[in-house]
Design a protein around this ligand. Sequence first.
Ligand code: PAF
Length: 284
Amino acid sequence: MKVVTTIQALAKEIQAAKQSQKTIGLVPTMGYLHEGHLTLAQTARAENDVVVMSIFVNPTQFGPNEDFESYPRDLPRDTALAESVGVDIVFAPSVEEMYPQDGGIRLHAGEQATILCGASRPGHFDGVLQVVSKLFHLTMPNRAYFGQKDAQQVAIIATMVRDFNFPLEIRVVPIVREEDGLAKSSRNVYLSGAERQEAPAINEALQLARDSFLANGDADSALAKAKAHIQTRTHGRIDYIELLAYPDLTPVTATTQQVLLAAAVYIGKTRLIDNCIFTVKEGL
Ligand code: PAF
């Protein structure tokens, strides 16, 4: 496995792969890898000749009061883990390498970014699109791998790929969970012992709401059940719990087939997100 930190060194590797007609799978990450990321890499490994993993904590997707500075970082550990799952190239640039100057030009995520996480993190998805579009140009992947845990991010990136004709396929890999159901996240390390015990209530609440919605099609009562579960089982503060049509992220209607049930909850100071996506077979 090679670790490259400059765009020039990455370009050399990509050029060599393209010249020998190899397919490229890209796994974009912000590092501090957990099993979720490793599953993305393993899926990419099975489907491509060359697997590139980017490890870059992207400042442009963090708000001024968010955790950019304190976001966990451990490149030696990450590169060892990446190698263990068969990654060929780790691209770990500095902020200066990715953003040497600011020409003021930004991609702007549309309607899909105004709700859910976008409502409480203004500009977040613009920053995600900025870095992901750069990574797409730099690695020219045939396929790019994202986790379903960030369902809104996946929907918005898929829209960018469609609207800007990126010649690649977005592959979505299911959420990887701890044994007690908590979705794996780099931010789980922030949780105290007591908070960690409460955190699985988010997934439990989503399951309750899904079962309730599938039983009677009533979104309001499903969401009320989920909220009550979180409020009684945790000291957390609910940012949102919502049911939307997926991947459009529009309100659920009688013709909706795929539903996203998504939640963001502050457990202590840590904002955790989780979701489930399910099919409504007969319509509502
Ligand atoms: O999902 C993430 O970790 C990030 O948003 C991504 C896609 C790597 C862009 O920085």
